[in-house]
Design a protein around this ligand. Sequence first.
Ligand code: HEM
Length: 129
Amino acid sequence: MTTLYDDVGGEPVFRRLVDLFYDGVANDPVLLPLYGDEDLGPGGGPRNRLALFLMQYWGGPTTYSDDRGHPRLRMRHAGWQIGPREREAWLSHMLAAVAQLDVPEEARDQLTDYLMGAAHSLMNAPGHS
Ligand code: HEM
């Protein structure tokens, strides 16, 4: 069975996606405050957790859950108010990152659809702006 993880080129492509994304987050006035003292740079926890989660989700190794347990992303985001403004900021960096990947068009569409739905589902403060 082929997975999207394999189709796009495996771990290096997910690492690049997350690197591009966090380079954007690191300069974003809406998102930056949410990360507090986290190290947003290469090798930092947020880059590693998001890359491992996405790799696992798309059929790669299960290192994320081996390390962190069940993803339970809504629960893990409960500590922040995520409204339309935060979702749009998050998606703007993520979709810009996806657009820069050299991957098959079908995989790009699948990634885009998933990320838009996931970002929507993680809103927990719909009126927050
Ligand atoms: C909708 C806007 C979003 C905002 C504002 C947001 C913000 C955050 C923040 C502040 C953290 C804590 C830093 C960290 O532990 O890495 C975090 C963690 C995380 N986020 Fe998001 N996030 C959003 C959407 C998403 C989406 C759509 C996904 C998945 C597709 C996702 C996946 C993750 C993962 C895997 C973690 C680490 C969880 C852990 O293991 O502790 N996030 N997010």
